[in-house]
Design a protein around this ligand. Structure first.
Ligand SMILES: O=C(O)COP(=O)(O)O
Ligand SMILES: [Mg+2]
Length: 229
């Protein structure tokens, strides 16, 4: 307890793409390599960026639709299999940490706050990126979109991370960049903070988060001011 009545969180669940890392350039490269195999021209960075956050299958579906080639279920299954190794070859080359990510994680770790990543990215890919940036050992759990039967906006991955961390939803805050993260956090009964600079085109104020931060630099301070129920 810092100030009377204000109770900071004991654990934080981070979204990955658009929140801790700026992976859109690598994901765009992977999408364009896949499209090229199908004889399709490349999409732009802003086009692909808007497709990130709901898992690789949605990404592929939307990329083909935007290229004028709608895929049925079986064709989408096949494209997903073709994409898997391509995606894994484009994880870190053009990906950077979001501003303030390492500082915020170091500060929260020093404060004894438990942390986990809950992403719709495949878990192997998420672990590889976190390990590349030296952050995987800071995370008490990494839950990928393929580790649960329902990805975010369902709360399944958040519950799995809580179980692994040994914390309760009411002591935990979800930190993300999109409406998907807000919906998942609400479904898990958890407060949610959104950070600007991610992959959502909708103004963050309209997404119903408890708090909006300009960058991860502001996060440790903002969390102290968040009044948990
Ligand atoms: O859509 C993805 O693959 C990843 O998205 P997330 O890390 O923002 O959940
Ligand atoms: Mg995201």
């Amino acid at each position: 307890m810092t100030v009377s009545g204000i109770r900071p969180p004991k654990a934080i669940l981070f979204d990955l793409d658009g929140t801790l890392i700026d992976s859109a350039p690598d994901i765009t490269a992977a999408v364009n390599e896949l499209l090229a195999i199908y004889g399709l021209p490349p999409l732009s960075l802003p086009q692909v960026t808007a497709m990130i956050g709901r898992g690789v299958r949605v990404l592929i579906d939307e990329a083909f639709a935007a290229s004028g080639m709608a895929l049925d279920g079986a064709a989408l299954d096949k494209a997903e299999r073709v994409m898997a190794p391509i995606y894994l070859r484009h994880l870190t080359g053009r990906t950077r940490l979001m501003p303030g990510a390492s500082e915020a994680i170091a500060e929260l770790h020093a404060e004894g706050i438990a942390m986990a990543v809950v992403t719709n990215k495949p878990e192997r890919a998420a672990r590889e990126v976190l390990s590349h940036f030296g952050l995987v050992e800071r995370m008490g759990a990494v839950v990928g979109g393929d580790a649960v039967s329902r990805k975010k906006p369902a709360p399944d991955g958040l519950f799995m991370a809580l179980e692994r961390l040994g914390h309760r939803a009411i002591d935990t805050v979800m930190v993300g960049d999109s409406g998907t993260d807000v919906t998942a956090a609400r479904a898990a009964g958890m407060p949610v903070v959104l950070v600007r600079g991610g992959y959502t085109r909708v103004p963050l104020e309209e997404l119903g988060a408890d708090l909006v931060c300009d960058s991860l630099h502001d996060l440790p301070h903002a969390l102290n001011a968040l009044n948990l129920a």
